[in-house]
Design a protein around this ligand. Structure first.
Ligand code: BGC
Length: 470
């Protein structure tokens, strides 16, 4: 990435940039300290039901063998989109074909009611089945003729078996009434049954677990499935003997001590007790104005959903403190949620300094009607770097903690999520931070960050296959 020429920025403004850089810096000592605490909290989550990091037991009992076959439907409800897929797992090892459609979840729905949500999901599923000619011939209400469907629901749920999940709390800015504390499978299933849509939900899946399983289908070195997108989280396989709370999990399932089970860490909730993360006043503002203050502390510092908001708040602060954009009307800049994460990645593109400044100029003009000077544009680009670099470094702490927890020094971690693909600098920064935390010898990359295609759909289909063939 081209370095922005800080010399071209006047002394006073540079001083302010240095202050913000200091606030957002996470040095090696802090990275290690955060990771140590993280490992401890992961352990605690496996022990207690009310721990800070939930470490949800998902009842996904094994990695795929690579020989799974069959056709499965998958619905993936993430933070931004609803994706519906039909996945055919073919007999060739690791092979599949996928048909998928994506719908944007309307913003108003995020603060609507559960009924509206499930009706919308049912509408889109029916559209998909009709469009791709997948509706089976009517066979009454018999389970047999119904299409098996895995439901990827990327929010924390308590499960006592795989076709069940009580929503612990909404995350990613959602605040849909009537769903928290309820079983989301039962809610969706009731609507599907009432509307005679011929599908049966065979598994409820978190996106991290889908990613873990989909990547392990092709790459046996995968030890962690992680998401860096609207939200941030990870999953891994744990041995039942290392999950003390499993005995009191309310499950009827039989498992032996040596068997594996996928854990959805839900580590976006890390440090909700505010012990180690270096929170700034900007982070506090984001938390205070969020739908669930006090929750998802780590996620709010790392996930793409909050990065644009951080930059917006910093720019507003600089407008008020040192008169950045002195003659501009900043009323739009005062509106929450108006800077998206993609804008930051554009200000960080691999192009020349001039290209980066041009991107910043267009974003400020289009989104805020602000005509910025070259100095202000340089400043915006540098601040975008500062925010994104901290996110990547903190993201590395979660991954390092999971590697340490599993006692692995070398492995592959799958990273899925819109943001991972878009941020050209993210992988490099996260790897550099992992090297610092885990003391890798120079030029050795012991943990590989890889990204799986179609992770959510294929992972969900594989889990359906594993469950149905148990
Ligand atoms: C959710 C997780 C999810 C993550 C990434 C978080 O907000 O709580 O369940 O895995 O976002 O989508």
């Amino acid at each position: 990435m081209t370095i922005i020429n800080e010399e071209a920025i006047s002394g006073r403004v540079r001083e302010e940039i240095t202050k913000i850089k200091d606030l957002f810096a996470v040095d090696t000592f802090s990275l290690k300290r955060i990771t140590d605490h993280f490992v401890h909290q992961l352990e605690d989550g496996l022990t207690r039901h009310d721990a800070e990091i939930p470490m949800n037991i998902t009842w996904v009992p094994s990695f795929p063998t690579g020989r799974e076959t069959g056709r499965y439907l998958a619905i993936d409800m993430g933070g931004t989109n609803l994706r519906i897929c039909s996945v055919e797992l073919t007999s060739e090892r690791g092979g599949y074909s996928i048909t998928q459609d994506k719908y944007i979840l309307p913003a108003r729905l995020k603060r609507g009611t559960g009924d509206e949500l499930w009706e919308l999901v049912a509408d889109k599923l029916l559209d998909f089945l009709r469009k791709h000619d997948l509706l089976p011939p009517a066979k009454g209400e018999e389970e047999e003729g119904k299409l098996p469907l895995a439901f990827t629901f990327s929010y924390p749920v308590t499960q006592n078996h795989i076709r069940h999940g009580v929503l612990q709390r909404w995350t990613k800015g959602f605040d849909i009434r009537g769903v928290e504390g309820e079983d989301v499978v039962a809610q969706l299933d009731a609507v599907l049954q009432r509307r005679h849509i011929p599908v049966r939900i065979v598994a409820l899946v978190n996106d991290t677990v889908g990613t873990l399983i989909a990547s392990a289908y092709k790459n046996p070195d995968i030890r962690v499935g992680s998401i860096f997108g609207t939200g941030c989280n990870a999953a891994y396989m744990e041995r039942c003997s290392r999950i003390p709370k499993i005995a009191s999990s309310g499950s009827q399932a039989q498992f032996d001590e040596d068997s594996l089970i996928a854990i959805n860490c839900e580590y976006g909730a890390f440090d909700n007790n505010r012990r180690v993360l270096p929170r700034t006043t900007f982070d506090e503002d984001i938390d205070a104005s969020s739908a669930r203050p006090g929750q998802q502390t780590y996620e709010k510092m790392v996930a793409a959903m909050y990065l644009g908001e951080l930059l917006r708040l910093i720019l507003l602060h600089l407008h008020e403190s040192i008169g950045l954009f002195p003659d501009a009307d900043v009323s739009r800049l005062r509106e929450g949620g108006t800077m998206d994460a993609v804008s930051l990645s554009k200000m960080e593109t691999d192009g020349s300094e001039a290209v980066r400044m041009e991107e910043a100029k267009r974003i400020l003009q289009d989104a805020y009607g602000i005509d910025a000077t070259d100095e202000e544009l340089r400043m915006c680009c540098i601040l975008a770097e500062v925010v994104c670099a901290r996110a990547a470094r903190l993201y590395a702490c979660g991954i390092a903690a999971l590697c340490r927890k599993q006692g692995v020094e070398e492995c592959a971690v799958d990273v899925d999520g819109s943001a991972f693909e878009k941020y050209s600098q993210f992988r490099k920064r996260a790897i550099a931070a992992l090297a610092e935390i885990l003391d890798w010898p120079e030029n050795e990359e012991r943990v590989k960050l890889v990204s799986a295609e179609d992770g959510s759909g294929v992972g969900a289909a594989l889990i359906a296959a594993i469950i149905l063939n148990q």
